[in-house]
Design a protein around this ligand. Structure first.
Ligand SMILES: [Ca+2]
Length: 377
């Protein structure tokens, strides 16, 4: 069962008398719910573009076969190409806006939020151990609907989405996709995913944190991906108007045997805290070597950092190697001086979807391994 389903009913033109007089069938029974004079009909063409008509008058006819039927007269004509079967939304039958604010979704065998509606804001939610895509923006099989003007911001997604969306095998913590067979023209419009943290999403290397298809105008800004295989995956064939900036990728060794590896030597848990109070590891083995694996969410330049856990007796000359589009760059870090903190390794360029590594190789003293950070510039 899903946590919350926010859904706008779709309609379709069922009969055309002339260009300003036609019937529509709403996909659910409406029980004579009025469609207000002056309200808008938002029509979707075959490319998913939206045009709007103003209702001059609307008369409920009946509910048949689970659908509400209306006779509509508009003041302006149907756009060219519109006819029987054209999908639309009646603003009069929809809420003007919906906000889901400061809510928690935990241990859900479904999605936390199914968004099939317009003007929806998801703000400050926490989702943990949600089995399917924690937020699905788009429609569902058998329940037409797509989303316009959706914002997901300031939210935390932890250990979610270890199963793809059931009907589509579509993975991701936040997914945008339309899968309904009837209203294939309708697509998501104007979606913003801002300042969210995605944590512990390592269930399958093919699973992205944000998986985008079927959407026009998408902004993915200032999101943090911590222990995720891949932050962002874009279906370029069905996505237009994409902005993706300010992504931070953190690869930590805590509960991570997939993008963190201890290649050489025997490592043990340390009593010294790592990044954000997490566990750090150490090794005194000759040639000890740890590796972090990075998949770039978008092509571009990133500021690269390693978290240095400082202690006397640690490696005074740890060999840190970063692979990037220009080859590999080596620097040496003294883990006995300064305070424990992020240390800059430089700015490097990376290609979306490609895999890179950082390694730390022991010279003398204890090798200390914790986390690395890539900040999209
Ligand atoms: Ca750690």
């Amino acid at each position: 069962m899903d946590g919350l389903v926010v859904r706008t009913p779709y309609a379709a033109i069922s009969e055309v008398t002339n260009s300003t007089h036609f019937n529509i069938a709403v996909e659910i029974s409406t029980f004579n719910q009025p469609i207000a004079t002056g309200s808008k009909l938002h029509l979707f063409d075959s490319s998913g573009n939206v045009s709007s008509l103003t209702v001059g008058s609307a008369t409920w006819l009946n509910d048949t076969g689970g659908k509400g039927n209306y006779s509509i007269v508009t003041s302006t004509a149907l756009p060219s190409g519109a006819g029987v079967g054209t999908a639309l939304i009646c603003s009069s039958l929809s809420p003007t806006s919906t906000t889901i604010h400061n809510s928690s979704f935990t241990n859900i065998a479904g999605s936390a939020v199914m968004a099939m509606s317009g003007d929806l804001t998801i703000d400050g939610i926490t989702a943990s151990h949600v089995m399917y895509p924690a937020v699905h923006i788009g429609d569902n099989v058998g329940s037409g609907g797509c989303s316009r003007n959706v914002v997901v911001r300031d939210s935390i997604f932890d250990s979610c989405s270890w199963r793809p969306k059931l009907e589509t095998n579509f993975p991701g913590v936040i997914t945008m996709a339309n899968v309904h067979a009837t209203h294939t023209a309708a697509r998501n419009h104007n979606v913003t995913i801002h300042n969210n943290t995605f944590r512990n999403h390592l269930f399958d290397s093919a699973f992205p944190a944000i998986n985008v298809s079927d959407t026009k105008t998408v902004a993915l800004t200032d999101n943090v991906f911590e222990n995720t295989h891949r932050g962002i995956l874009i279906d370029t064939a069905t996505v237009t108007g994409l902005t993706a900036t300010g992504s931070d990728v953190i690869i930590d060794n805590t509960n991570n045997t997939q993008t963190y590896a201890e290649l050489v030597g025997t490592f043990l848990d340390s009593s010294l805290n790592g990044y954000n109070g997490t566990k750090s590891r150490y090794s005194a083995s000759p040639g000890a070597k740890a590796r972090w694996t990075f998949v770039a969410p978008r092509t571009g330049t990133y500021a690269v950092h390693i978290y240095k856990v400082v202690n006397s007796g640690s490696d005074t000359n740890a060999k840190i190697t970063v692979t990037h589009n220009g080859g590999s760059s080596v620097s040496y870090q003294n883990y006995t001086t300064g305070g424990s903190d992020w240390v800059s390794l430089g700015n490097f360029s990376f290609t979306e979807g490609a895999t890179y590594t950082i390694t730390n190789e022991r010279s003398a003293g204890y090798l200390r391994a914790d986390a690395v950070l890539f900040q999209q510039l």
